[in-house]
Write a protein that binds this ligand. Structure first.
Ligand code: SF4
Length: 170
């Protein structure tokens, strides 16, 4: 039987850790083991995806920057032309930024997606938390030349106005 489906995945996501410092009510990754992927497992998974000609790699979690081995970022970027990280933006340290700068020098860009639930800190903190910490880290990342995408979870709290029936019911 023939199909039009490509033989390899176009886009692969590897959840490198089940550990996260936030407790978003709607977290997609439940239930999960609160442990990190080993480097050996990560390298093996990356090798399989590369062998299958996967085009784009996303590193996610949990919170990827809670993984103690920053080498996963280097290895992913050395292996794939296109790789990105999804993060809650709360745990970014100088060593991470230095690693991103090194990747930018080699490849020209480091794409990073940060999740927030609202620009307004009070609204964000009702469902996610640590709004001011994330804003501070976003400034550091911007100044380091990181290519930033902000992802927002759509909620009735953020999208509705007092005239809306959904708002009135909450
Ligand atoms: S930051 Fe992401 S992984 Fe962590 S609890 Fe929230 S949705 Fe889940």
């Amino acid at each position: 039987m023939t199909t039009n489906r490509p033989a390899s995945p176009l886009w692969a996501t590897v959840n490198v850790t089940g550990v996260c410092n936030l407790q978003c009510e709607y977290c997609f990754f439940q239930p999960r083991k609160h442990e990190h992927m080993t480097i050996v497992d990560f390298i093996n998974v990356i090798a399989i995806l590369k062998a299958q000609n996967a085009f784009f790699l996303t590193i996610s979690g949990g919170e990827p920057f809670m993984h103690p081995r920053i080498i996963i970022l280097m290895h992913a970027h050395d292996t794939f032309e296109h790789a990105t990280v999804l993060s809650n933006g709360t745990r970014i340290q100088k060593t991470h930024v230095d690693c991103m700068r090194a990747i930018i020098k080699r490849k020209g860009a480091f794409p990073l997606q940060i999740s927030r639930d609202a620009i307004d800190p009070d609204t964000n903190d009702k469902t996610r938390g640590m709004a001011f910490k994330v804003m501070k880290n976003l400034q550091v990342l911007r100044d380091a030349g990181i290519t930033l995408t902000i992802a927002m979870v759509k909620t009735a709290m953020r999208t509705c106005r007092p005239c809306c029936p959904i708002w009135a019911a909450t």
